[in-house]
Design a binder for this molecule. Structure first.
Ligand SMILES: NC(=O)c1ccc[n+]([C@@H]2O[C@H](COP(=O)([O-])OP(=O)(O)OC[C@H]3O[C@@H](n4cnc5c(N)ncnc54)[C@H](OP(=O)(O)O)[C@@H]3O)[C@@H](O)[C@H]2O)c1
Length: 271
């Protein structure tokens, strides 16, 4: 198996479907040995078969990364299997819907457990191994991490937290040669049965999205692999994402006025 990441080992959290699965496929195509992760054993096994047809070195570790001990075991099992770690992609994340006034406070807890603790828990035990290989930690963030958006307070703030964590690790690990990347992903195609957290705290299945208006998971995966290869910090995806970032940095009050005029566009229907 030839490729830029030949001989390297990558863990991708939440890789049994969606964006994480696409990143695992792209890294495998580039020669990396793959550690898949997710909570559903059957979905993991199906994805493992796909990866195995690209690269023979793949294992699945079924665990919940919002659990500290399970995340430590994830890293240690990967090391036992492959002897090294070069890339950790913190992809696990869940979205939510609802204004702050109507939210069950448990929504914030669930979103932060998944998106923030679910990224920090695997990162801490991975750092000693990534120092040895001068490897990469990548956080999968969102355009929703650029500014607070209506109906998405917990999601936006969790993704903003990832940016601060990424900035801290970059400074702390610079002298150890560890690369830290952050991918600000725009609206992307979703796999059947993707769930979001409703205002009352229950899980709701999202309606499928019109594919002509969204990025493919493969586009996100290619950009993520490019970020790792070039050891870049922030990769912002989609034209609208780049415009958003520019406008928010320079004209935040104008952005607020534009959003207020388009509030209806921030509602996403569940089934
Ligand atoms: N899709 C978009 O439009 C979009 C846009 C911007 C950013 N993003 C970000 O991209 C990332 C992936 O999104 P996606 O749309 O691909 O999500 P998805 O289709 O819901 O897939 C999430 C993956 O993570 C696993 N997972 C969820 N919680 C987990 C946990 N606590 N521990 C271990 N595995 C867990 C899921 O498998 P199990 O359920 O079996 O555990 C699944 O493999 C997220 O961070 C999201 O915020 C997505």
């Amino acid at each position: 198996m030839a490729g830029k990441f030949q001989g390297k080992v990558a863990i991708i959290t939440g890789s049994s479907r969606g964006i994480g699965k696409a990143i695992a496929i792209e890294l495998a195509k580039n020669g990396a040995s793959i550690v898949l992760n997710g909570r559903n054993e059957q979905r993991l096994q199906e994805t493992e078969q796909i990866i195995r047809s690209i690269h023979p070195h793949v294992v699945s570790i079924c665990c919940d990364v919002s659990d500290i001990k399970a995340s430590e075991a994830l890293i240690e099992t990967a090391i036992q299997q492959f002897g090294r770690l070069d890339i950790l992609v913190n992809n696990v994340g869940v979205s939510m819907r609802g204004t702050v006034a109507e939210l069950n406070p448990d929504v914030f807890k669930k979103v932060f457990e998944s998106n923030v603790y679910g990224s920090v828990n695997p990162t801490i035990p991975a750092i000693p191994y990534l120092r040895k290989t001068k490897g990469s930690i990548v956080f999968i963030s969102s355009l929703a991490g650029i500014r607070g958006l209506p109906g998405l307070s917990a999601y936006c703030s969790s993704k903003m937290a990832l940016r601060a964590i990424a900035e801290s690790i970059r400074l702390e690990e610079k002298s150890n040669g560890v690369h830290v990347g952050l991918i600000q992903v725009g609206i992307t195609e979703i796999e059947h049965n993707k769930e979001t957290i409703a205002a009352d705290g229950s899980m709701k299945t999202l309606k499928s999205r019109d594919k002509s208006n969204v990025q493919t998971t493969e586009q996100v995966a290619i950009a993520t692999v490019k970020n790792i290869r070039s050891r870049k910090f922030i990769t912002t995806l989609t034209g609208i994402g780049k415009v958003n970032k520019f406008m928010q940095a320079r004209f935040p009050m104008l952005v607020e006025r534009i959003i207020l005029k388009n509030l209806h566009k921030f509602e996403e229907k569940s089934e």
